[in-house]
Design a protein. Sequence first.
Length: 112
Amino acid sequence: MTKEDFRKILNLEEFIDIIKVETGDEKTKCIHIKSSRKKARCPKCNNFSKKIHDYLKPSKITYLKNSEEETYLIVYKRRFECKYCKKTFTEDLGISSPKNKMSHKTKQLILK
Ligand SMILES: [Zn+2]
């Protein structure tokens, strides 16, 4: 499967970059993702900030887990510093818990 296939299956936003897909063993996949955006919107004052404060430790989200298949998203997030209100905030990649949204068919696709 190509990265684009993964993007479609996982229903990722356009600005999400798939860094790499790691296959651990037969049933484990780790999909590393980050934002390709150069800026993020400050949740406090709504201005865009380009100033990166630091990089967070990647977080691991369980995307799919059953007896045959385990798929994880490894999410790399940055913290930005707003130059207007000085607030430091973490960017939002729009990754919500996708488990409920995924149809059985989608799960079958990932299994292949
Ligand atoms: Zn702000």
